[in-house]
Design a protein. Structure first.
Lengths: 424, 372
């Protein structure tokens, strides 16, 4: 009989719609980060570095990239005879087949998977944060405090507390009350969406609440446990933790990596972050190239000038092109004489010659000002940008665009150009 | 694929001695991200050869570390896979490998227990790309006993480092001279052979009975008129790294666009053990020109016409020119390096100068970073 002290369940089914065209075809946990990684690499690496070798990854929205990336878990040493990584999509049942309708519902639908390992504890994670955390220390805290449920929390500036789920604790760290995105927060301790449950408590709560539509940990399961008198404790985490749920925070988190000594340091030997990288060759920096304050991935050929940017693997930048303050993901091809500023350019994009990106005045985006802001230009996966066009700020582009799509060779600031391609 | 593979990776060559203090030639780092043996291994894997033996005995720690998992070359198979054979003491034999033929002889069971009709023999210190299916087809069409892949060297290249062959019009090899004083032809053996498995077993057993241990002199040269030995021309890039100059030049070749395209972009890929390094990082004063930079490097100074392997740190105001810096080297501030090969894991102290005056200088410094 298999037995694991603690297993992890990683919720990776969400779209992350606030990342706009970046998540049009991939789930948010599969979005590239830091030149070489994908967001899910951080929780997965944290698991193996914390000694957790059994991880269920729950997928639903556009799972192909995630499935390919995870494979059998080799990069994280999660290819195990017993345990390892298992991708768990929703599946048809003899009765009551449904999609994952909520975070807790998704876990409930995989009770059998969890029971296979007879865990004492279950760690619930989400695949959309950048951080390094030792879950084993959190488990020790869970055991010492005698908690049924432990929430990882961190102090946030009190003025930002209203964006988070806030917990109020007594002097022992036991949670006495919750506030969800409160107008008047009573504390600045925010929940990070990371939970450790004692197995029986989780199982009971999931079964009792199984009929709730869209059953959610924050809204239903934790309050249920709290009301039933289960001891719930707050584990205070104090390291780097970054939500990359919006284009602005995603861009900022990437840009922080190029600092001289970044707060989130990928170069430390301790607590390595692992990823599935299929591009092995080194990068070539040409005689006429400039590469300053940037990180650049394997297999790139750089003939242009790169300043303060994050460049993924297999990118080619031709001569005369200048790139500033941008994120360029894997396998992007950029032609000659381009000028790119504050661009987020997703995987496999092809940009022609003499294209200017990020020009003109800042005009709020006409379609989704809440998503496309901050002066960024966001270009979705596998898009094509023709030669000689100019693209303004707060814009989004997706699809194989042609010169006709740009009146006067121009996409003005604040405009959105989404071309629905022919689905293969 | 109807062949098994044998990679001869045993050798140490005195001409590259200073660099092989740390590792066998087959484990020499190449082009920023690879080891020499990756090329033969990947060619075999890409040609659908399912079962490969690596024969090695000299300084194998680094090579074994590189080959510690066969999955990177897709050799993690239930049937076949990767076998690393070092000499072992048995009831009948207590010798090291006394030559390439002896190395095969000592592992003859590997050949005898295989069922594939052919064997591809390659060497671990050669940088090339090759589809072994094509040479096998050629071998069968020629009804050859042995097929030797050869390369026509350019006029400025020195053929006397290699086995020089002469062929008749049908490409049958009529003369084979190993490392001759004067080369009579520009065609040299590449150390890549195809031979029928039964034939190889016979030849190796005969040689062993006669106390002959070298594959080239005791089989190819000795049997050249008796057996049908044919030449098969390699047209693509091919380089042997058995001297310091050749090793340096091979790495520098990767600064050429066509060589990079051939190895890095054109199908099929060369595989290697994957390392978990972050992307290379360029700090505000970094100034890199015409260079290859591998993952995990952090660059603060100037780098020109050079190849930097994984995890090299370049300090402030450094100047690195026409040099090869092997993996995990730390360069302190204000260092000047020109025409050098800097050995892996070395720590180069700040304010020092290393210049290869007449040719390439090999710099071998201690690692002073980790206190034990």
């Amino acid at each position: 009989m298999a037995k694991k002290e603690m297993i992890a369940m990683l919720l990776a089914g969400g779209q992350g719609s606030r990342l706009g065209v970046l998540t049009a075809d991939v789930a948010k946990p599969a979005v590239a980060f830091g030149g070489k990684y994908r967001i899910i690499d951080f929780p997965l690496s944290n698991c193996i570095n914390s000694g957790i070798d059994t991880v269920g990854v729950l997928t639903q929205y556009q799972p192909l990239r995630l499935n390919t990336h995870i494979g059998i878990g080799i990069p994280w040493d999660l290819d195990r005879n017993v345990g390892g990584v298992t991708v768990l999509p929703p599946y048809e049942k003899s009765q009551n087949s449904e999609w994952y309708t909520g975070t807790a519902n998704a876990i409930f639908q995989n009770l059998t998977y969890m029971e296979t390992y007879n865990p004492d504890y279950v760690l619930i994670l989400s695949g959309d944060h950048i951080y390094k955390m030792d879950y084993e220390v959190m488990l020790d805290y869970h055991k010492e405090s005698g908690a049924d449920v432990t929430l990882a929390t961190m102090s946030v500036p009190i003025e930002e507390a209203k964006r988070f789920g806030i917990v109020i604790t007594d002097e022992d760290g036991r949670i006495t009350d919750f506030q969800e995105k409160p107008e008047e927060p009573k504390s600045n301790l925010a929940s990070m969406g990371i939970y450790i449950f004692s197995w029986e408590v989780l199982k009971d709560a999931l079964i009792k609440n199984q009929d709730i539509k869209g059953c959610d940990f924050g809204k239903h399961i934790i309050p249920y446990c709290h009301e039933g008198g289960s001891p719930i404790y707050a584990y205070e985490y104090s390291g780097y933790w970054k939500d990359v749920g919006t284009l602005q925070s995603y861009w900022e988190a990437n840009m922080e990596l190029v600092d001289l000594v970044p707060e989130f340091n990928l170069y430390e030997e301790f607590w390595k972050i692992y990823t599935n990288s299929d591009i092995i060759p080194p990068q070539y920096i040409a005689a006429e190239a400039v590469t300053v304050e940037s990180i650049i991935g394997n297999g790139c050929s750089i003939y242009g000038e790169i300043y303060n940017s994050v460049i993924g693997s297999g990118v080619s930048v031709e001569e005369g092109t200048v790139i500033r303050d941008s994120i360029i993901m894997k396998d992007v091809k950029i032609g000659k004489g381009c000028h790119i500023e504050k661009g987020i350019i997703a995987e496999g994009v092809t940009i022609g010659d003499h294209v200017t990106i990020g020009v003109g005045a800042e005009v709020p985006n006409g379609l989704r000002p809440d998503i496309y802001g901050f002066g960024l230009v966001t270009i979705g996966e596998n898009s094509v940008i023709p030669d000689n066009v100019q693209i303004g700020k707060n814009t989004a582009i997706s699809g194989e665009t042609e010169l006709e799509d740009y009146p006067n060779n121009m996409l003005n600031s604040g405009e959105t150009l989404i071309k629905v391609g022919v689905d293969a | 694929m109807r062949a098994i593979g044998i990679i001869l990776a045993g050798g140490n060559n005195h001409k590259i001695k200073e660099l092989t203090k740390k590792r066998a030639t087959a484990a020499m780092p190449i082009a920023g991200s690879y080891r020499a043996i990756d090329f033969s291994l990947s060619n075999m894997s890409n040609s659908s050869i399912q079962k490969v033996a690596v024969l090695t005995q000299f300084n194998t720690r680094s090579l074994n570390e590189h080959l510690n998992s066969s999955k990177w070359w897709d050799f993690g198979r239930k049937h076949g896979g990767l076998f690393v054979f070092t000499p072992t003491i048995t009831m009948d034999n207590g010798y090291w490998y006394r030559g390439t033929a002896d190395a095969i002889y000592q592992n003859l069971d590997f050949l005898k227990k295989s069922h594939e009709p052919y064997v591809v023999i390659a060497s671990g210190d050669v940088i090339y790309k090759m589809d072994f299916n094509k040479i096998l087809e050629y071998h069968i069409a020629k009804k050859a006993d042995i097929t030797v892949a050869y390369k026509e060297l350019g006029p400025e290249e020195d053929a006397t480092r290699f086995g020089v062959i002469a062929m008749d019009d049908s490409k049958r090899i009529v003369d084979f001279q190993e490392k001759p004083m004067v080369a009579t032809s520009a065609n040299v053996s590449t150390g890549i052979y195809v031979i029928r498995r039964r034939q190889l077993i016979d030849l190796i057993e005969h040689s062993a009975e006669e106390g002959r241990y070298d594959f080239v002199t005791d089989i190819l040269v000795r049997y050249k008129n008796l057996k049908r030995i044919y030449g098969y021309k390699i047209d693509g890039y091919w380089s042997n790294i058995s001297t310091v100059d050749a090793y340096y030049q091979t790495n520098m070749d990767f600064l050429k666009r066509d060589v990079r395209k051939y190895f890095f972009q054109e199908h099929p890929d060369i595989h290697s053990k994957v390392s978990d390094n972050p992307p290379a990082k360029y700090n505000p004063k970094a100034n890199v020109k015409n260079s290859l930079i591998a993952s995990g490097c952090i660059i603060n100074g100037n780098v020109e016409n050079s190849v930097l392997f994984k995890k090299v740190f370049v300090g402030n105001n450094c100047i690195v020119k026409n040099s090869i810096i092997l993996n995990d080297v730390y360069l302190g501030d204000n260092i000047y390096i020109e025409n050098c090969i800097v050995e892996s894991k070395g720590t180069i102290r700040a304010n020092t100068r290393y210049v290869g005056e007449n040719g390439i200088r090999v710099v071998n410094e201690k690692n002073e970073r980790y206190a034990l």
